[in-house]
Design a protein around this ligand. Structure first.
Ligand SMILES: Nc1ncnc2c1ncn2[C@@H]1O[C@H](COP(=O)(O)OP(=O)(O)OP(=O)(O)O)[C@@H](O)[C@H]1O
Length: 215
């Protein structure tokens, strides 16, 4: 479940983004649509507790992230939110397996190698566990990043332009994976995108349209 009311994010230079209210039930899908610079990444950062709203309220998976103290907010984020960022931020120094093991450290939980294997298997990439990210294709990297996002069974997945650099077949594949995972885990799914193919593929999704009028 995600709810926002009167959400505003103001930056130090005086720029303020004002967002329309959202009420997304648990397990629902929300598309954040709008041109470059309209505020999609900012909305995701607010939902993940990486930024605090300057006005208004936002509740994500039963929690207002901005009300938590920093350490509690980091633990909440690690346990409740799966990020699929635009740039995947996998460590080139570590194997796929060890990249995913880092998630447990970030959440303050005991390392769980079988859970890593299971997450990679679910996305068909368990055979890549010992490889370094530099030796994976773009599609393989995206599956690994999705496995990482889903490892702790988050209540919410926040995906930033997950299809931007993909051809039509790969785009369909990523959207199917995201939808399957969301359905199976009853996970809420938020996808920031300016890719028209995403809205076509997800006709039942709620849409938050952002444009320059958010200023
Ligand atoms: N730290 C900042 N200081 C001032 N303004 C900022 C800051 N971060 C973002 N903005 C402003 O907020 C607007 C929205 O940025 P944001 O990155 O959320 O847009 P976006 O829709 O995700 O863009 P893109 O599709 O290019 O990633 C930007 O145009 C910028 O003017």
């Amino acid at each position: 479940m995600i709810e926002t009311q009167g959400l505003v994010c103001a930056f130090a230079d005086g720029t303020a983004l004002r967002f329309a209210d959202v009420a997304l039930p648990q397990g629902g899908t929300l598309l954040l649509r709008g041109p470059s610079g309209s505020g999609k990444s900012t909305w995701l950062a607010l939902a993940g507790g990486l930024r605090a709203p300057s006005q208004g309220a936002m509740v994500v998976a039963g929690q207002a992230p901005s009300e938590l103290k920093p350490a509690a907010r980091d633990a909440w984020r690690a346990g409740s939110v799966g990020f699929l960022p635009q740039r995947l931020h996998l460590s080139e120094a570590l194997s796929v397996q060890d990249n995913l093991m880092l998630v447990f450290f970030a959440a303050g939980r005991p390392a769980n190698a079988p859970a890593v294997h299971q997450a990679l298997s679910a996305l068909g990439v368990a055979g890549l566990a010992r490889r370094k990210p530099a030796r994976l294709s773009g599609g393989e990297l995206q599956r690994v990043a999705l496995a990482r996002a889903l490892l702790l069974r988050p209540r919410v997945i926040l995906a930033d332009e997950p299809t931007a650099s993909l051809d039509d077949t790969a785009c369909d594949g990523v959207l199917a994976l995201l939808q399957n995972q969301a359905r199976e885990g009853r996970t809420s799914l938020v996808i920031a995108t300016h890719d028209a193919r995403v809205a076509q593929a997800l006709p039942d999704a709620q849409v938050l349209s952002l444009d320059k009028d958010t200023r």
